[in-house]
Write a protein that binds this ligand. Structure first.
Ligand code: C2O
Ligand code: CU
Length: 468
């Protein structure tokens, strides 16, 4: 029986926090072999049972992968599952053939097959990896991990701490609720929300620090669909990167980091409290503050008498950021469907299908520009080097975490506020919002563009574009 970690389905909430303390001079894994396979993890406090999951190497999160900016990286996927899979290197500006999208950039690896991934990450930052085949199921079962690309010059911080948040839907015996996989209700509403939160694959996790330390937290929201707000009691936060890309350091609103599914934030914290103290790491929901662990100060030792005073800014990445907006090609993307939506029908497999039939027969409930899912044709074809603007119009009653493969983008217009200046790979859109994003189409290939609320993606919110 799940007891203290249980919370209401559909409530905007979660459990537990953990931290993996690592020296900043960590080794670089230039080669890895990644075997997705069944395993067991402790998502609930003992004496509750362990949970059967799928994970890379049988663990969730999978191994922390590290590469160095501009240095080759190699990983062999060895499929230990009973269904086809791939690995997508989320946020990395990668050669198209290595992007890991089943049936678009590669054939998936069948059970027992191997697929060699080889690439050189151009940008330093916090990224992650996950399957891109039946993603809604494979990720909900625990398949994902963090991918850190180190700066060539190490950053002057004392500690580098990955914090990976996830949201699990467990039944009363602590097992992953399999019966609700693919549920139409989840697809048409907010996606698969869980009832148990984890931090670094545990119900809760602590960050052990010394007074006076400067810590770089690497936050990732690996949930299928849950938007997560993260707070650190008694500590001021400086956001230094979003979705892997450096930003001018800023203090987040309310001292809370809000992450849509798939988003990352690098946050700097100076450990200004006293030796021997503890303070809470929390996920905030509308109703509660869920305790995910503590920042724990060593009782005796301190790193330095007073915290560092200098500012710390990450070096820029070599990503092309010139935008020629005057001559940009603009593409509209109208998002429709879902519960409480107005969509009566949409194109699916070449014909116009009424919404009831789409939902009941095919499990599809969303459309982009009136088309369900990938269709045959790309959303648009762009010429290499041109500036692209995509105007996303959310005509649904739901938030969406819109993710573009192959390129980071920047907002150039927003219907509700000033556009954000940050380069991202995933942007959260609220109902009725309209956001125009722009990027320079520098990376040739066929790239996916979808909602990262994975049940929405499966329910039809997916398309692709081509850069020739
Ligand atoms: Cu993490 Cu297609 O995405
Ligand atoms: Cu969505």
């Amino acid at each position: 029986m799940i007891t203290r970690r249980q919370f209401q389905l559909g409530s905007l909430s979660m459990v537990g926090l953990a931290a993996l303390n690592r020296p900043t001079t960590a080794r670089t894994i230039a080669a890895a072999s990644l075997k997705p396979r069944p395993g067991k993890v402790r998502l609930l406090e003992a004496p509750e049972p362990l949970t059967d999951i799928w994970g890379y190497g049988g663990t969730s999160p999978g191994p922390l992968l590290e590469a160095t900016q501009g240095q080759p990286f190699a990983a062999d996927l060895i499929n230990g599952l009973s269904e086809p899979t791939t690995i997508h290197w989320h946020g990395i500006r990668i050669a198209n053939a290595m992007d890991g999208v089943a049936y678009l950039t590669q054939e998936p690896a069948l059970p027992n097959e191997t697929f060699p991934y080889r690439f050189t990450p151009p940008d330093a930052g916090t990224y992650w990896y996950h399957p891109h085949n039946r993603t809604w199921e494979q990720m909900a079962r625990g398949l994902y991990g963090m991918f850190i690309v180190r700066e060539t010059e190490p950053l002057a911080v004392d500690r580098d701490v990955p914090l990976i948040f996830d949201d699990w839907r467990l039944d009363s015996d602590g097992r992953i609720d399999e019966r609700s996989f693919g549920a139409l209700h989840d697809k048409a509403h907010a996606g698969r929300l869980g009832n148990v939160l984890s931090l670094n694959g545990k119900p809760a996790d602590d960050i052990h620090v010394l007074a006076g330390e400067r810590v770089r937290l690497r936050l990732l929201n690996a949930a299928n669909a849950r938007i997560i707000a993260i707070a650190f009691e008694g500590h001021a936060l400086d956001v230094i990167a979003l979705d892997g890309q450096p930003v001018d350091p800023f203090k987040p609103d309310g001292n809370v980091v809000l992450l849509a599914p798939a988003q990352r934030a690098d946050v700097l914290i100076d450990m200004t409290n006293e030796t021997g103290t503890r303070s809470r790491i929390e996920v905030l929901t509308q109703r509660e503050r869920i305790h995910m662990g503590d920042i724990v100060y060593d009782a005796h030792e301190r790193r330095r008498a007073r915290p560092l005073a200098d500012k710390l800014t990450l070096p820029p990445n070599p990503m092309p950021t010139d935008l020629d907006l005057a001559n940009a090609t603009t593409t509209d993307l109208v998002m429709t469907g879902g519960a409480m939506g107005q969509m009566a029908s949409a194109r699916f497999r070449g014909r116009e299908v009424p919404i009831r039939e789409l939902a009941r027969r095919h499990g599809k409930v969303w459309a982009f520009n009136g088309e369900v899912g990938m269709g045959g044709d790309p959303l648009a074809k762009y010429t290499r080097g041109e500036t692209v603007q995509i105007r996303m119009i959310n005509r649904t009653a739901w938030p969406h975490a819109m993710h573009i493969h192959g390129h980071h983008f920047r907002e150039v217009a927003h219907s509700k506020r000033a556009p954000s200046p940050h380069w991202r790979d995933t942007v959260l859109m609220m109902p009725d919002e309209e956001i125009t994003v722009a990027f320079q189409a520098h990376n040739p290939g066929k790239w996916m563009f979808h909602c990262h609320m994975l049940e929405h993606q499966d329910g039809g919110m997916a398309t692709w574009y081509e850069v020739a």
